[in-house]
Design a protein around this ligand. Structure first.
Ligand code: G6P
Length: 344
């Protein structure tokens, strides 16, 4: 492995993910430690809908979390950018749960949105990586991620631990709503407990190192994924922008033929994330348009199989590694994209 690979925080933090996810699951899933999550589940059990508010990678985590909550707990959720949410100061509707996500717990718009929602009389849940942050201190309920300190501006382990926390929330809410029996809840938590070892396989294989060569000359990259993997397509694009400064956007797979396909060609590439069932025509059209990297069970970047709601915890890892290697190959300081800071 090259020296650059060993000296960047982003790489170290990618590698720390299995341990970070394991810590987060242990902190919430043990019988003693489950109390906090049980309280949150009690609060949300009667909700008819959730409003989730965040920015950046935390908003992508919320979008993946929405898919988990809908699939596991049948609880519909809306996801908003905090800055946009603040422009729509509607009185909180009854039977609405509010979840504010910020790994730093300091993002000004997310914090202000939470304070405004509380001031309107709602109880709020925070998901944060920093217990001493204003977001975590002021929320009525907190679900902490246990990623440890994250230095690199491109977020990695703070993101996957948010996904683990959201899955645990989804499972606990489903249990509190009577949708999961005790053993079904334990089975789903067991699936989550397998994730760190599967992440480890992806990291050890490091297929992204070779695949990243395909991005050396490209001027733009389109990321596409369906369902829960749409969130990961957006997260993959965000990582590539930050770490490698390559223009990139994420789209729902079914949307690609409604415009962005026209931009593909010899000097662009596409990354298709996860399950493509029902979208074969779109995949064919993307392939016909130029270079394609597939992330999936039998893809160029292979991800081991898990249950659908947990797929994002795995599909995102090779995308983080791809962004890292693409940036390192361009000789960039992947940890410090110009103009960006860790907490806005
Ligand atoms: C900045 C960081 C991102 C992060 C976003 C939201 O843009 O560079 O990595 O996702 O803020 O931060 P938060 O701390 O609220 O999750």
């Amino acid at each position: 492995m090259s020296t650059a690979v060993r000296t960047h925080h982003m790489w170290r933090e990618i590698v720390e993910q299995p341990e970070a996810v394991r810590r987060t699951v242990e902190a919430h899933a043990g019988s003693e430690s489950r109390k906090g999550l049980t309280e949150v589940a009690k609060l949300l059990a009667d909700a008819e809908r959730l409003v989730m508010v965040a920015h950046g990678a935390s908003r992508h985590a919320a979008l993946a979390g929405r898919a988990m909550l809908e699939a596991v707990a049948a609880l519909p959720a809306d996801v908003s950018f905090a800055s946009e949410y603040r422009l729509r100061p509607l009185p909180p509707r009854p039977k609405t749960g509010f979840v504010f996500l910020s790994q730093s717990g300091e993002t000004a718009d997310t914090l202000a949105a939470m304070r405004e929602t509380k001031a309107r009389g709602a109880k709020v849940v925070a998901v944060s990586n920093v217990a001493a942050s204003p977001l975590a201190r002021e929320a009525d309920y907190v679900v902490l991620t246990h990623a440890g300190a994250e230095v690199s501006v491109p977020a990695t382990k703070s993101f996957t631990t948010q996904l683990a926390a959201l899955f645990l929330i989804a499972v606990s809410v489903a249990h509190a709503r009577g949708r999961l029996a005790d053993e079904e809840q334990a089975g789903l938590i067991g699936e989550l407990q397998r994730v760190p070892a599967l992440m480890q396989e992806i990291i050890a294989a490091n297929e992204a190192e070779k695949v990243a060569m395909a991005l050396d000359q490209v001027r733009a990259v389109l990321f596409a994924g369906a369902g829960v993997n749409y969130a990961i397509a957006m997260e993959g694009a965000l990582k590539l922008k930050e770490a490698a400064r390559i223009p990139a956007e994420g789209f729902p797979l079914g949307e690609v033929r409604h415009g962005s396909l026209a931009l593909l060609g010899a000097d662009a590439a596409s990354v298709i994330v996860g399950d493509t069932e029902g979208q074969e025509h779109t995949v064919e059209a993307i392939r016909a348009a130029g270079k394609v990297i597939v992330v999936g069970e039998n893809g160029d970047l292979k991800v081991p199989k898990t249950i659908a709601p947990l797929a994002p915890l795995l599909t995102v890892v090779p995308l983080q590694m791809l962004a890292y290697h693409a940036g390192a190959r361009r000789g960039l300081d992947v940890d410090r994209p110009p103009g960006l800071v860790k907490a806005v």
